[in-house]
Ligand binder design. Structure first.
Ligand code: HEC
Length: 137
């Protein structure tokens, strides 16, 4: 082999090796993509809490009430109709549940949207309204 042929051969070898290394890397990427787990698990932080909530379903009315509504509706603060005060609830109940749901979710005069519970789902607020209504009937 003369010098020139040797250079060509080694160039060829380098190209072949380099080429196959590249294809190998690409195949590895494909495999990694194919076997990677689908969903990302986020254990800490807000997302984790949301996932926990989703996993355990919406909280019941009494629990949500105690967390987010009792501060006003137990004491009647700011003119809030008190839990179990049938006189204060009868007119409100006659507006219909859809209206009460919407007022509790979106706010109504001094009643803050969702009672200020920004991480409560609409369904949880509706459960709390059901609870207030059941106690006020
Ligand atoms: C910061 C005090 C406060 C908190 C917390 C609060 N409320 Fe109220 N809520 C009020 C007040 C005040 C009213 C009366 C508003 C009015 O009639 O002008 C009211 C009224 C209501 C009404 C009647 C609305 C209507 O149309 O008559 C519902 C239903 C209600 N609240 C549900 C809830 C629920 C459910 C929660 C908890 C998720 C909650 N509230 C938390 C103050 C509060």
């Amino acid at each position: 082999m003369n010098k020139l042929t040797r250079i060509f051969v080694s160039l060829g070898l380098i190209a072949a090796l380099g080429g196959s290394a590249l294809t190998l890397a690409a195949v590895e990427d494909q495999i990694r993509n194919r076997i990677k787990p689908t969903g990302n698990v986020n254990i800490a932080g807000e997302q984790g809490q949301q996932m926990q909530q989703q996993a355990s379903g919406p909280r019941g009315g009494e629990e949500v009430y105690a967390d987010a509504c009792a501060a006003c509706h137990d004491s009647g603060a700011a003119g809030a109709p008190k839990l179990g005060d049938t006189g204060a609830w009868s007119d409100r109940i006659s507006k219909g549940k859809e209206t009460l749901y919407s007022h509790a979710i979106n706010g109504y005069n001094a009643m803050p949207a969702k009672g200020g519970c920004s991480d409560c789902s609409d369904k949880e607020i509706e459960n709390a309204v059901d609870y207030l209504v059941a106690e006020g009937e």
